[in-house]
Write a protein that binds this ligand. Structure first.
Ligand SMILES: [Ca+2]
Ligand SMILES: [Ca+2]
Length: 288
């Protein structure tokens, strides 16, 4: 009697399968066609003889173990790994081998957007070189043979490893004491963005540090100054450039003014003597 019931159940499952479309079967003991899932192993090898009292770990009897074909409706469990960070321009390994299914995974698909381009990779593992820094959502979708699927996403942070380039517009490198110098880091660039500008130089026995892309400073002490611009991106990458600023005092201007005045006075005195000599000669001529 039990064997008849068993045969009826097997036939019912066999008839059901074509009607259900994309389904799969596997050899495993279940209590009915709708009772699907991982099964406990039997204590003995192979199907039990109907009518025996042995049970598997789930408490199912010999009859239940002799049903051999069932439907897989259990979706796989994708595991793309935890959130992590990698350097740009290095090969990143995507590993979905920790994913699982009650029967087996037959397809792995990785999808993400990089540098505004959609990327799709296949395989339990895949490699990709990310050239642009940023935070990327990477999704792994897995399928079993019954076309059940599920997806999971992790956050991949691509670190910026490219240093910025320091550039500047400094105008004149020669000023006079008391003047205000102004510089501009307008020529600086970075693949992501510069977040910090620092201008440093030694001045009157101390180190001066000015922040911002376009600072100004009034120089009250003459001398030569090595001014260094350092630019930094958000990842801490830096670059520097240095120029020399000369600050002259006013002394030479006063000296030049004195020289000019002396020359002018000498020329005037010569002209006056020449004029006086001319007048005296004219007077003697009239007296003669
Ligand atoms: Ca499955
Ligand atoms: Ca950078």
């Amino acid at each position: 009697m039990r064997r008849q019931k068993l045969a009826t159940m097997v036939m019912a499952v066999a008839l059901l399968l074509p009607c259900l479309g994309a389904v799969s079967v596997y050899a495993g003991p279940v209590s009915s066609a709708t009772d699907i899932g991982p099964l406990e192993p039997l204590a003995s090898d192979g199907p039990l003889d109907p009518g025996t009292t042995e049970e598997d770990g789930a408490g199912r009897t010999a009859l239940e173990h002799n049903v051999i074909s069932v439907l897989d409706t259990t979706a796989p469990v994708p595991d793309p790994g935890p959130d992590r960070a990698e350097d740009q321009n290095t090969v990143v390994l995507l590993d979905g081998s920790a994913s699982s299914d009650n029967v087996g995974i037959v397809r792995y698909e990785w999808t993400f957007v990089h540098d505004i381009e959609g990327v799709t990779l296949e395989g339990v593992t895949a490699s990709y070189t990310f050239t642009r820094p940023g935070v990327i959502d990477v999704t792994l979708r897995v399928w079993d043979a019954a076309d059940n699927s599920a997806a999971s996403t992790f956050e991949l942070t691509i670190r910026d490893t490219e240093a910025p380039i320091a550039g500047m517009d400094i105008g004149s490198t020669l000023i006079v004491k008391g003047e205000t110098a102004g510089w501009n880091a307008i020529g600086s660039t970075d693949n992501v963005g510069i977040v910090k500008y620092t201008w440093t130089f030694e001045y009157d026995g101390r180190t001066v540090s000015l922040d911002g892309p376009a600072p100004t400073f009034e120089f009250e002490v003459a001398g030569e100054y090595e001014v260094t611009l350092t630019v930094e991106d958000a990842a801490g990458n830096t670059d520097s450039e240095t120029f020399t600023l000369t600050v002259e005092s006013h002394a030479w201007k006063w000296a030049l003014l004195v020289i000019v005045l002396v020359c002018v006075a000498w020329v005037l005195s010569v002209l006056m003597r020449m004029r006086a000599g001319t007048k005296a000669a004219g007077k003697r001529d009239r007296e003669d």
